[in-house]
Design a protein around this ligand. Structure first.
Ligand code: NAP
Length: 524
């Protein structure tokens, strides 16, 4: 069986322990093992700080952008092989695998593009000079400068490729070396991508290191210039955020955690509206894409009470069209969950939801004889107030319809019981209703997606995270923020207020002449 190694201090190193087995979730066979026992984590951090960081910072932003573009191309060249790896170790259909892999290469290319106007200077000017004294002679200027530490990225199992590379794109462009750790159960794809990155010899030594297995005592070696970006469950996020060294040294921590994303159907959207078709298609896609193992997947569906029956019938019909089975077959639209642990969690979650909601389709019965499959499962809440509906994320193809009275205020109140989310989608052609809903939802969400007849033929689905738009959310969603164009670089940079002679500030620390005003990260 293949043993996955870690790339540390310039070499591929196999762990010395027995490791954890990785499986094909369709056949349930073990296909690889992952282990980082024996890695000297302090040395890994030092290698990044002393070699990777200085080498990256010696390059301009556009030059680092070019590195990202070349990495994107190198990965894209191996796309077909990577798709089969995602199927073998993640249970991904071809469409799901492309979502992860093309999402990664697309994000790298987007960050290469975002770098184009940043100029040759090693900083990004944040706004223009501000007079501070009696005359403008003594002025102030905010700048963003790369921090001199290392970025540790701990990723979730569900996007081994995109999850790793969207974080890496921002860090490398900012000039900060990365140490990447994928979720173990699906690490084969991340490992294969890491091999492509290392073999391509595009990045300077020390800019990219890759840990396959546990991170050991890595976090204990981080300091004031370093950061941790974590994606995963709220429970692990809370544990890591509380790490004594991270707290003591004020290490920056960004958490992307789980979220009970909602889709809200407004009362004005009847069966004849294009928006209704969009709502049905998006909800079904969100529930079943990546077998529902998507942080942005819809978990709660708010429907005006008098429409619950007809919407349930239509959604069940939509879900019945999703062919579940072997993900390597082209006609399959939904594969298995990606590990036994995931399957056990989801089946247990479905059991708990059954206590407060009626099954409209699906349930705990597996649709296949072998493999970690569940059917698309739609519930209708018996009691929309039941706390579990607003607190438990069942991380699979599972969602619940909640009846509501139809007012924007009531929808907002119910949705916000989720305690903070990544995305909420609203479907309406009524501008007043939409405005009220958006104003109530926005403080509790990183993203609000608005569907209407005006965009029905053109919109991208709400579950899709775009490099130019922020990703993250308050409260339960982790309180973090990633991407959003150049805003995504902020985690890796220091904003410093410079005060002094205007002539010096303008000539040495202002925006380059060719840079459009305000191109730097937005003030937080
Ligand atoms: P998880 O169990 O919390 O694991 C996430 C990562 O943390 C994995 O790499 C895991 O490594 C690592 N980890 C676990 N315990 C650790 C510890 N004590 N010290 C250091 N690292 C540790 O989450 P998951 O099951 O992989 O992912 C599913 C969850 O992620 C869902 O709740 C989903 O909503 C959330 N998610 C959120 C986003 C977002 O952007 N907000 C995106 C994707 C997923 P091992 O795999 O080796 O245990």
């Amino acid at each position: 069986m293949q043993r996955l190694s870690s790339y540390v201090q310039g070499a591929w190193v196999e762990g010395t322990g027995t490791g954890v087995d990785l499986h094909d979730p369709t056949s349930e066979e073990a296909i690889a093992a992952c282990d980082s026992t024996g890695v000297d984590f302090a040395a890994v951090v030092e290698h990044a700080r002393t070699l990777g960081g200085p080498a990256l910072r010696a390059l301009s932003f556009p030059a680092r952008g070019q590195l990202l573009k070349r990495i994107s191309a190198a990965i894209h060249e191996q796309r077909e092989e990577l798709i089969s790896v995602a199927t073998a170790n993640g249970g991904c259909t071809r469409g799901d695998a492309k979502f992860d892999i093309d999402g990664a290469t697309g994000t790298l290319a987007a960050y290469a593009y975002f770098s184009r106007d940043l100029g040759e200077r090693p900083h990004i000017a944040d706004g223009g000079p501000m007079p501070l004294g009696r005359t403008p002679r003594f002025s102030g200027q905010h700048v963003w400068v790369p921090r001199t530490g290392v970025a540790v990225h701990i990723n979730a199992f569900n996007f081994p490729s995109w999850g790793m590379l969207e974080k890496m794109a921002c860090a490398i462009l900012a000039g900060v070396p990365v140490i990447e750790k994928p979720g173990t159960s699906t690490a084969l794809l991340a490992w294969r991508v890491a091999r492509i990155i290392v073999d391509a010899e595009i990045l300077p030594e020390g800019a990219f290191q890759f840990l396959c297995g546990s991170v050991g005592d890595l976090l204990d070696h981080l300091g004031a210039q370093d950061c941790l970006a974590f994606t995963g469950s709220a429970a692990t996020g809370t544990l890591l955020k509380g790490n004594e060294n991270l707290v003591r040294s004020n290490v920056r921590v960004n958490i992307e955690a789980d979220s009970l994303n909602a889709a809200v159907l407004a009362p004005d959207v009847d069966e004849e509206c294009e928006t209704y078709g969009l709502f049905l298609a998006n909800v079904a896609l969100d529930m079943t894409q990546k077998t529902g193992q998507k942080c942005t997947a819809v978990r709660r569906i708010l429907v005006p009470a008098e429409r619950v029956q007809s919407v349930t019938t239509d959604l069940v019909a939509e879900l019945a069209r999703v062919r579940v089975g072997d993900p390597s077959e082209r006609e399959t639209r939904m594969g298995p969950l990606s590990s036994r642990a995931q399957w056990e969690d989801v089946v247990a979650g479905i059991g708990r939801l059954e206590e407060v909601a009626d099954v409209a389709c699906g349930g705990i019965e597996s649709p296949c004889e072998r493999g970690w499959f569940v059917a698309p499962t739609l519930f209708v809440a018996r009691d929309r107030e039941a706390p579990i509906l607003h607190s438990e994320e069942v991380f699979g193809p599972v969602a619940t319809i909640l009846p509501y009275g139809g007012t924007a205020d009531e929808a907002v109140e119910l949705v916000c019981r989720g305690g903070g989310g990544l995305v909420c989608s609203v479907y309406s052609n009524d501008a007043d209703w939409t405005e009220s809903a958006v104003r109530g939802l926005a403080p509790w969400h990183g993203r609000v997606w608005i569907g209407s007849d005006r965009t029905a033929g053109q919109s991208l689905p709400p579950g899709m995270v775009l490099p130019g738009m922020v990703h993250g959310g308050p409260g339960r969603a982790g309180g973090g923020e990633e991407l959003g164009g150049l805003r995504g670089l902020e985690l890796y940079m220091q904003r410093t207020a410079l005060q002094g002679f205007l002539g010096l500030l303008e000539s040495r620390f202002g925006a380059p002449m060719e840079e459009p005003a305000g191109a730097g990260p937005e003030p937080a």
